[in-house]
Design a protein around this ligand. Structure first.
Ligand code: SAH
Ligand code: SF4
Ligand code: F3S
Length: 447
């Protein structure tokens, strides 16, 4: 907590936070905003207007990193015009090997460079950065994440982390290196937070973790993810509980049952497959086979009728040949996912896969992504058509980005629906009749 004079000094000062990467980063940005508001800052409309500018970065693929570096190039000019502005580079990217050195050498106008786990230390870091001539670095992977202030972007849906970090070391992935080892939050803290959200009118929460299914393994008390879900399901006034991401290896029958029997747990499971080839899955260190995955899908569909299952796929992992890729195509055709996020493999410095021989040429990767996307969009369109004429419960989330006359919301199964609506229904549930099916969304009218 800051003393009142610090708060006094920052009155009328503004902040802007640009966020890249996953939902965990979106959540972290809300905590940074919470700190700044507590210090007396208010939100700026754009980065030029800001007194404190934070770029919250992602390192999962090269593209995410390149976007940040090109933005930094432009910020050099802004800092020249507004030398008192504090610019902070935050999050996963700065934790990567070699990045801090690159910042020192090429972007020394940045005031603060800090990894994702310094969230609890932000107020002191900001103060030091404000009074120091040199860039302040904090790359310590440990740090307190409980009881921090937060400024949530919306007042009807919220992110709630249940664990941080990851121990899986999938061979392509940078996350365990930049977020540190997995650490589950205490169930009593998660439950208290969710209870408070429900009491203050939130309609939907999404539990976050790199692998929610391994929740509790590192805790002294005996609790697993299914137990946590059941406890949260019993809370009053919380119609929608979502969670991500599920690792297939740790997805237990008990969890499937908890979702099936729960009244508030949404029937949507994001279950990254990554590849349909056993040979590649092994090289990825995923810990399951295609037949195991198929059995899991079967169990989910039998026990949770009407559920939707979405996935992530990586194409062009080192050594992926035509046959491996055909296995992925075949599996996707068989499973018929409700949505799939298809990524081109991107070598990450320091990971095992980056050192592997037989890196797949860029042209081949690109061709495979196109093929998979074509297959998948046909499947989604067919699945979405099955919803034509049905009435869906939608939480109204905001205006559509592409059509200002339309609003956007999601079904319990996480399908995006656009429909005409009035402002006063924002954050409320409406019943929408589906009238048009597209590959990435649905169009409807309030019933
Ligand atoms: N913890 C989650 C997701 C983490 S990253 C999980 O295990 O599913 C989100 C997605 O990014 C991953 O599912 C994967 O498909 C993709 N991804 C991760 N590292 C990647 C890399 N080096 N290149 C391309 N895609 C990658
Ligand atoms: Fe990365 Fe694998 Fe951990 Fe997901 S489970 S964050 S893909 S190492
Ligand atoms: Fe998320 Fe990117 Fe970090 S996906 S955990 S912000 S590397």
């Amino acid at each position: 907590m800051q003393n009142s004079s610090a708060k006094e000094q920052s009155r009328d000062k503004k902040y802007f936070i640009a966020t890249y990467g996953c939902q965990m980063n979106v959540y972290d940005s809300e905590v940074l905003a919470g700190h700044l508001e507590e210090l007396g800052y208010s939100a700026a409309k754009n980065e030029e207007e800001a007194d404190v500018l934070i770029i919250n970065t992602c390192a999962v693929r090269k593209k995410a990193e390149e976007k940040v570096f090109s933005r930094l190039g432009m910020l050099r000019e802004l800092k020249r015009k507004k030398p008192d502005m504090i610019i902070a580079l935050w999050g996963c990217m700065v934790q990567q090997e070699g990045v801090a050195r690159k910042i020192k050498e090429r972007f020394n106008f940045i005031d603060l460079v800090s990894g994702p786990n310094a969230l609890g230390r932000f107020p002191e870091l900001l103060e030091t950065a404000g009074s120091s001539e040199q860039t302040v670095f904090d790359l310590n992977l440990s740090g307190e994440r409980e009881f921090l202030p937060i400024k949530r972007a919306k007042n009807f849906k919220a992110w709630v982390p249940i664990s941080h970090g990851c121990n899986n070391f999938c061979s392509y992935c940078i996350v365990p290196y930049v977020r540190g080892p997995e650490k589950s939050r205490l169930p009593e803290n998660v439950i208290a937070e969710v209870k408070e959200l429900a009491q203050s009118g939130f309609k939907e929460i999404t539990l976050l973790g790199q692998n929610v299914n391994s929740y509790g393994k590192d805790l002294q008390q005996k609790i697993d993810f299914a137990d946590l879900l059941c406890k949260l399901d019993q809370l009053d006034n919380l119609p929608r509980i979502r969670f991500m991401t599920s690792h297939p290896r740790d997805f237990s029958e008990k969890t499937v049952r908890a979702i099936a029997e729960g009244k508030n747990i949404c029937e949507h499971i994001h279950l990254p497959l990554q590849s349909g080839s056993d040979r590649i899955l092994e090289k990825m260190n995923r810990g399951y086979t295609r037949s195991y995955y198929l059995e899991l899908i079967d169990m989910i569909r039998k026990m949770i009728p009407g559920s939707s299952i979405t996935t992530d796929i990586i194409v062009g992992f080192p050594g992926e040949d035509e046959e491996d890729f055909a296995m992925t195509m075949e599996l996707m055709d068989k499973v018929r996912f409700d949505a799939a996020y298809i990524f081109v493999y991107s070598p990450r410095r320091g990971t095992k896969a980056a050192e592997m021989k037989n890196q797949v040429p860029a042209g081949v990767k690109r061709e495979r992504v196109i093929q998979l996307n074509k297959l998948q969009s046909g499947i989604v369109l067919e699945k979405n058509r099955l919803l034509l004429g049905s009435i869906q419960e939608i939480l109204v989330e905001g205006k559509s980005k592409t059509d200002k006359n339309m609003f956007t919301g999601r079904t319990r199964t996480n399908k995006i629906v656009h429909f005409p609506c009035s402002d006063n229904l924002l954050g409320k549930f409406v019943n929408v009749k589906i009238e048009e099916a597209r590959a990435w969304n649905l169009i409807g009218i309030i019933n």
